[in-house]
Ligand binder design. Sequence first.
Ligand SMILES: Nc1nc2c(ncn2[C@@H]2O[C@H](COP(=O)(O)OP(=O)(O)O)[C@@H](O)[C@H]2O)c(=O)[nH]1
Ligand SMILES: [Mg+2]
Length: 298
Amino acid sequence: MRDADRAAFRCGHVAIVGRPSVGKSTLMNALVGERISITSKKPQTTRHRIVGIATGPGAQAVYVDTPGFQTRHRSVLNDRLNRIAREALADVDVVVVVLDATRLTPADEAVVRLLPPTATAIAAVNKIDLVADKATLLPRLARIAELFAFAAIVPVSAEKGTQLAHLAQEIAARLPVSPALYPADDLTDRDERFLAAELVREKIFRLLGDEVPYATTTAVEAFTVDAGVRRIGIVVYVAKASQRAIVLGEGGSRMKAIATQARLDMERLFGGKVYLEIFVRVQRGWAATDTSLARFGY
Ligand SMILES: Nc1nc2c(ncn2[C@@H]2O[C@H](COP(=O)(O)OP(=O)(O)O)[C@@H](O)[C@H]2O)c(=O)[nH]1
Ligand SMILES: [Mg+2]
């Protein structure tokens, strides 16, 4: 690297915020180039602050994916998720507010109102692949411009990759001049154990109906690597026995699908063979109190 290039290198933290299911985690994964933050159609899929690192020739963006602000109902877990999202807004250089190109809701406006007035914020207007008539986008973009003094408003599709290079450029231009904080090939600050437990939780969110995933969490019980082969044991905690039966499915069929899909993702992400065992345990009230949530890493 020439001295002049090194002097101009930019690096900083970028919070990704927005209401549940607008595509925050999909966007972060697309910007980082790996699926490190789990995604599904259901709110509450993301429950942690997850860092994703994207390093280019002139800049390193350290993205912070957050749980969406949960406004639908109050619970100890939702309060905790909102706190994680609010804390992610402090001490970042740029905030990317993810909005939905197909509709703006009061929940979107509530998220924008949480921005500190001095924040450098960029609106990523996601899911433009779902907008057939692009002319309908213009009044929505105008409305977004009224909500906050955004530094840029960029229509994107996180899923199709549309306009992501442009979004990354707009972000990089607003990062402070600074050397990289992480080695160029680091993609996340989370370890394989965490990612393994999350991938199992993702399959539960994707393969089960509307109720059980919210009553569920996962934890690593065993993780060994021997000659590049990983043996991983994951415990799925549910709140009552009837939910255990649902997770297992008839003759264990649902658990088989969860385990197969999770194992294939792990092998791709970790780059090696994985033997995966999953156990389902009933743990009443795991999400009922702050103390119990803390034991499960929340
Ligand atoms: N059609 C379309 N769907 C998307 C796009 N981005 C995300 N999604 C879908 O929206 C849902 C929620 O995405 P997720 O990233 O988990 O949202 P989050 O709750 O904001 O993190 C998932 O089913 C994604 O596949 C997009 O650009 N286009
Ligand atoms: Mg998410």
